[in-house]
Design a protein around this ligand. Structure first.
Ligand code: NAG
Ligand code: NAG
Ligand code: NAG
Ligand code: NAG
Ligand code: NAG
Length: 186
């Protein structure tokens, strides 16, 4: 079953946010691994974008070594966060030399989306997860789903693949969260 959350995106407004200048560059780069990890294949099979799920999780040493769905989901939340921080920093760099006003506006919008999204996942989403409140963790991940979609909708051709990975993978995390036996019902 697909989680329908990815189809109705509640966060369609554009946020203009002054980005923090001291970006903590964390690397979310996936290294290509060709050897399959059965637990990842099995878990990703239930997600909406299994190819992206497998590609991202098999490319990360943290997820490669876990065999527990709760831990895999928790690691996936870290990865979603790191991808958002990485995208924010890529757009900040791209904005440095941009001169076209439309491009500058789109870049600013994408910076805002990933700034807000990463903030929500780190500040609220992960703590909700730690408390076993997966429903609220889900809605915080929704900021990245919506933010990636909004950024893509600006039509900027910058970092298309990374933005799409962020969209696909954050949707997958919603599916992983929904597979966990519900913890605290708040
Ligand atoms: C993926 O899911 C399908 C349908 O539920 C199932 O038939 C298949 O065996 C699963 N594959 C893996 C690798 O778990
Ligand atoms: C899950 O993660 C916790 C904390 O990192 C660790 O102590 C535990 O051994 C992990 N469990 C599995 C089954 O991987
Ligand atoms: C912006 O321009 C400066 C000066 O030409 C150059 O050194 C820098 O690499 C450029 N930055 C980007 C992100 O292209
Ligand atoms: C991204 O935008 C393109 C059009 O520019 C569209 O075809 C595609 O469906 C969008 N993807 C997402 C995830 O919104
Ligand atoms: C996102 O998912 C779509 C649908 O499965 C796929 O065609 C596309 O290649 C994925 N994008 C990335 C960057 O993984």
């Amino acid at each position: 079953m697909l989680n329908p959350t990815c189809f109705y995106l509640p966060f369609l407004m554009f946020f203009i946010v002054v980005p923090l200048l001291s970006v903590n560059q964390s690397s979310a780069t996936a290294t290509v691994n060709n050897d399959a990890v059965p637990f990842i294949r099995k878990s990703c099979n239930g997600t909406e974008y299994p190819d992206t799920c497998i590609y991202v999780l098999e490319g990360d040493p943290r997820s490669r070594t876990t065999t527990d769905l709760k831990n895999l989901t928790r690691i996936s939340m870290d990865i979603v966060y790191e991808e958002a921080i990485e995208l924010k920093s890529l757009f900040i760099k791209a904005g440095e030399n941009a001169t076209d006003p439309v491009l500058k506006m789109n870049i600013r919008s994408c910076i805002g989306e990933f700034d807000i999204g990463s903030y929500h996942v780190k500040t609220y989403g992960i703590p909700y997860f730690e408390k076993g409140d997966y429903a609220n963790a889900n809605s915080q991940i929704g900021y990245i789903v919506g933010g990636s979609s909004n950024c893509n909708d600006t039509g900027t051709k910058l970092f298309n693949k990374e933005v799409e990975t962020s969209f696909n993978f954050s949707c997958n995390v919603l599916d992983l969260l929904s597979m966990l036996p519900s913890g605290t019902n708040v």
